[in-house]
Design a protein around this ligand. Sequence first.
Ligand code: KIV
Ligand code: ZN
Length: 389
Amino acid sequence: MGTNEPSQVLIFDTTLRDGEQAPGAAFDIEEKVEVARILDDMKVDIIEAGFPISSKGDFKSVQSVSKVVENATVCALTRARRGDIDAAVEALAGAKRKRIHTFISTSALHMKHKLNMTPDAVLEAIKDSVSYARQFCDDVEWSCEDGTRSDPEFLWRCFETAIKAGASTVNIADTVGYILPAEFTALIEGLYAHVPGMEDVRFSVHCHDDLGLATANSLAAISAGARQVECSINGLGERAGNASLEEVVMTLHTRQNVLPFSTNLDTTLLTTASKVVSDISHFPVPPNKAIVGSNAFAHESGIHQHGVINHPNTYEIMTPEVVGATGSRLVMGRKSGRHAFKMKLEELSCHLELDYFEKAFMDFKDFADTKKKISDDEILNIANKYQQA
Ligand code: KIV
Ligand code: ZN
């Protein structure tokens, strides 16, 4: 697999490149630098900082990110064109560790309708772009755009060409989020069976979420041999987005029994990273978003609240602290029970004798039936009636 530590999965964050391609999300240079610093602190392995040839702003962003990142490898995207690669080399000049990421479409659909190139010309472009990039940088990643809708036999030849030309990482993109986990496993097994040199390079995946399968597909790929996952904070990315970094990382963290792989990530920074990216992109995080949504550790129903009060593991598969969240939250609502109501009163320093407690609880339930959300003040109002009684 071309890795020093065979069970280690590298986290390649593309929030600043594919994430920024999300319609409506645009980061300025300072914002990109702020996100890059957090990603670096979080010990992401590779930060894809942008696509330097695409605009002056992107070029400058890659330059600025290159200067501030201390530990991660900074990566710049290029098409299979020498001019793109020259721009990437220039933009990455200040980086301590750098990677050139060059891509080309490999599906019949894209080759005909987008590139207007024959398969042989695409193979030639792979050879030329990868070997040209290698003249400037040892760390070269090659990606097949729309790889999952490509003819597998042609894909094997593309991978072989990229590896022979010197790619150190080869990446398959599920560009339109089309593949299913079992199909992905079979496609990857085919690559390992038919591509000479696959064992000597790092194999990577890049999944989109058009069918809500980006995380599942990334995990299936890891089980099949991938040791780099391309993902973004909050799953930000083109259309429905990319695989969500926090979901991939926390699944590996939580399900070690079936996925015995590790990452370098400091997971306690996940919540901060999510908030910063949400603020900067103006893409609110849905409350029920896995790992980083505001409800990820919130419990409203009486049965769940009782369980969590007795033992958090009853309804939580990870601690809030491990992702840097403030703690489990018992949300008071119409389905809440006596245990949570009692705990809430204690938290509000309010003590009621048993009879009054029962009456206050009944009033609370009636009141809760009329409301979507209940504030601490409203609970205190109910309790105060009985404290003074
Ligand atoms: O989705 C995609 O195909 C990409 C490539 C550039 C890797 O983002
Ligand atoms: Zn993409």
